[in-house]
Design a protein around this ligand. Structure first.
Ligand code: SAH
Ligand code: SF4
Length: 422
């Protein structure tokens, strides 16, 4: 089913991309990704009077996002007679899982597929004190940063709010982390029994695996602003997935005009993919720099709503051998962060290689030295340990197996052709 096109920034400037939710062939509406208000609307459009629509939307919102149920039949405070009416008209979907992989270091990666057959990925990174889900905002990315595998994907499509929030829901499914009703699940009564309090209690229990979310998977989240915002609102909703905005980080390559809105309308932690301190180098490795330069970017960081010493902005810096990793680069980084008085921390990311990548990772000694210079100036600059490299789950390695395969297939065909000619 064709979907309407929307303008989306290409290499730097807009190209048209499908955006809207693809209608299901059975005509039912998928509720995942919809806000409470939107669920109210679709219920009213299906014939409920406004008061009933609002009440049902509130109940259903809780069941699908807070409790993770995927069947209307499990919604015990909704009358039994009402449930078939819901089932006939609506579904509670999930992105399809094509493949699940686990790294030797515990990192897990899922290859997912949209209803219209686009593949994208999400990664779960467990640590001693937290578990971070790395969520994708687009299939591919239009921005072509030269060190990033995702940027080489030909196919790009914005993910819908349902496909974004659906990743978090799938992770909760896989980790078995939906709260159980506390105590009195009285079976499938027609009674309207509210067990919200019990569930909320069960929900706040410590020891959960999935504690943090980073919008650092495939895609540039600020080039899919509305959908990312709508999805994260559901994730942050106390009666939804109930994750605190302090545990969510959005990473941008530097879409300056949307940064203030991200702070105002989403309000999560900000990470910025800086990666270079001079115009020449940043123009080369993060091409969006040709449109929004370093000064503009750092000014937007200084103005980011909610940034403070308690809530620092993370500057990501990928370590590329002989490209951006000199002592002078480290000193210039310190100078810039101080000049703009930024409440900053720096994440040094060893470059994760992929087939055909035009760069190499800096040596461990170089990375250590770079980190020391920044630390000595009073700015935290830890070196990130790459995670999940063996399953191509590390930063910048995401690119769907389907595309990897087709590339391999193309190479094989090219070789066969050569052989035939020779
Ligand atoms: N598009 C957003 C978020 C996704 S990328 C952004 O660019 O910020 C998440 C982080 O991984 C970014 O900082 C990105 O620059 C970094 N990254 C990309 N490719 C990488 C690679 N091959 N090795 C290490 N880090 C990489
Ligand atoms: Fe896109 Fe981020 Fe990769 Fe750049 S680093 S190509 S913005 S996903």
């Amino acid at each position: 089913m064709p979907t309407p096109l929307m303008p989306i920034p290409g290499h730097i400037d807009p190209v048209p991309l499908p955006r809207e939710v693809t209608p299901r062939e059975d005509g039912r509406v998928d509720l995942i990704g919809l806000s409470r208000a939107a669920i109210t609307e679709v219920f009213a459009a299906a014939g409920l009077d406004p008061r009933a629509a609002k009440l049902r939307a509130k109940q259903v919102f809780h069941w699908i996002y807070h409790r993770g149920v995927i069947e209307f039949d499990a919604m015990t405070d909704i009358a039994k007679t009402m449930r078939p009416w819901l089932t006939e008209r609506f579904v509670i979907g999930r992105p399809a899982i094509v493949e699940a992989q686990a790294s030797t270091d515990g990192t897990r990666k899922w290859l997912l597929r949209t209803a219209d057959n686009h593949d994208f990925e999400m990664v779960f990174i467990p640590d001693a004190d937290r578990g971070t889900l790395c969520v994708s905002s687009q299939v591919g990315c239009t921005l072509n940063c030269r060190f990033c595998h995702t940027g080489t994907m030909r196919l790009v499509r914005n993910l819908t709010p349902g496909e974004i929030v659906g990743q978090v829901m799938l992770a909760r499914d896989a980790l078995g982390e939906w709260p159980k009703a506390g105590g009195t699940m009285a079976g499938l009564d027609d009674d309207v029994e509210d067990e919200t309090d019990d569930a909320a209690q069960a929900y706040s229990a410590d020891g959960r695996l999935l504690t943090n979310i980073v919008m650092m998977g495939m895609g540039e989240p600020l080039y899919n602003f509305d959908n990312v915002r709508d999805a994260l609102k559901v994730v942050m909703d106390g009666d939804g997935l109930a994750l605190s905005k302090r545990r969510i980080t959005l990473s941008t390559s530097g879409v300056v005009p949307l940064m203030a809105r991200a702070g105002d309308e989403i309000g999560v932690n900000l990470a910025v993919s800086l990666h270079a301190v001079s115009k020449d180098v940043r123009d080369e490795i993060v091409p969006i720099n040709r449109k929004f330069g370093i000064e503009e970017l750092l000014e937007a960081c200084a103005a980011y709503p909610g940034a403070s010493n308690a809530r620092r902005i993370t500057f990501e810096y990928v370590m590329l051998k002989d490209k951006n990793d000199s002592d002078a680069d480290a000193r210039e980084l310190v100078r810039l962060l101080k000049h703009y008085k930024l409440p900053a921390k720096v994440n040094l990311i060893p470059f994760n290689p992929w087939p055909g990548a035009p760069y190499e990772c800096s040596t461990p000694e170089r990375i250590r030295r770079f980190s020391d210079i920044v630390f000595e100036a009073g700015i935290s600059a830890p070196v990130r340990t790459p995670r999940g490299r063996d399953i191509d789950a590390a930063c910048g390695q995401l690119k769907t197996a389907a595309e990897r395969k087709s590339r391999a297939e193309l190479d094989r065909l090219a070789e066969e052709k050569q052989a035939a000619l020779g």
